[in-house]
Ligand binder design. Structure first.
Ligand SMILES: O=C(O)CCC(=O)C(=O)O
Ligand SMILES: [Fe+2]
Length: 312
């Protein structure tokens, strides 16, 4: 799909369905419950004109910034709970302060917007990192499991989320180039295809059992998480399986989406299989959505997996 912002207002958006069904035209008058259900079904909510204000001088500043040690840090990250930035090679303390304030502002703007746009989620959500992605994705050298140009569903490799969901909000701040994504079938459909090839997960743990609470406490204190959970292990294995499966990568159904300069989009990246083919300079904010707040819990990967393997 190629979409240019012609005569659209900041309140217009399009829901790009990744299950092969037609895009849906909508605007901010839509109820939050409907927006949430479209996201949970695997829609990408796309704003041809970003609802976030990023000034011309902030954009110019961002385009001139470099990432520290690009092999180690995947992106520059702002951690809202600790209010710090990691992975940034600042030339001066003034630059460090400026980048910090731009990223904190992106975090605050997305949070304020999402509070009403997807209101059912705000009760139990956890803000995760905001990222700035200054590296050109086309031809980016990464180890296979870290490559983002291979189609995958997201999982959290280091911090367990026990079936909670990964919702990401992106903004393309490149002045001239689109950010190009490719998507394939939803996790729901890929699970049906591959459940017999993947090893079945161990029985799921509730995030409120003793071990899980301890892990979450460690994570909240900023300490390294102790271990993982059967859900998180399954999702990470699924992510790796897709990236390592050359047949799937070549032969799966594919849709291509071009996100032009100054557009924003949000998506459950644990449901929508995706890859980024090209693009440089994007801002992104991740929210972890509590599984208890979903409007279609039957579409949550944790419940799809439990059903596929008769775990409950
Ligand atoms: O940077 C992007 O456009 C998407 C990369 C990706 O796959 C991700 O962040 O999960
Ligand atoms: Fe991803």
């Amino acid at each position: 799909m190629q979409t240019k912002a012609k005569g659209v207002s900041k309140t217009d958006f399009i829901v790009c369905m990744t299950d092969g069904s037609k895009p849906i035209q909508a605007n901010l008058a839509q109820t939050p419950e409907i927006v949430c259900s479209l996201l949970e079904r695997g829609g990408i909510i796309y704003f041809p004109e970003t609802p976030f204000d990023i000034s011309a001088s902030d954009r110019e500043f961002l385009l001139a910034q470099k990432q520290k040690d690009a092999d180690y840090h995947k992106n520059i990250a702002y951690r809202p709970k600790e209010d710090i930035v990691t992975g940034y090679a600042a030339k001066t303390p003034v630059d460090a302060q400026r980048l910090h304030s731009i990223m904190a502002d992106y975090h605050n703007q997305t949070t304020n917007f999402l509070r009403s746009f997807i209101a059912p989620y705000k009760r139990g959500w956890e803000p995760d990192f905001a990222t700035f992605r200054p590296i050109e994705e086309k031809g980016r050298k990464m180890s296979l499991r870290k490559r983002n140009d291979l189609i995958h569903v997201d999982s959290f490799a280091t911090r367990p989320i026990y079936g909670d969901r990964i919702l990401r909000t992106f903004t393309n701040i490149n002045p001239t180039e689109n950010r190009v994504w490719r998507t394939s079938d939803t996790f729901e459909s890929l699970l049906e295809t591959y459940k017999n090839v993947m090893p079945a997960p161990a029985p799921f743990k509730s995030k409120n059992d003793g071990q899980s609470l301890l892990t979450r406490l460690y994570s909240m204190l900023g300490l390294k998480a102790v271990g993982t959970s059967p859900y998180d292990k399954y999702m990470l294995d699924f992510h790796n399986f897709l990236k390592e499966n050359g047949f799937f990568q070549s032969n799966c159904r594919k849709d291509t989406w071009e996100f032009p300069p100054n557009s924003s989009w949000m998506v459950f990246t644990d449901m929508v299989s995706h890859s980024v083919l090209s693009g440089q300079y994007a801002l992104e904010q991740t929210y972890i959505i509590n599984q208890d707040d979903l409007v279609m819990p039957e579409k949550a990967p944790i419940n799809l997996i439990a059903k596929a393997y008769n775990l409950k």
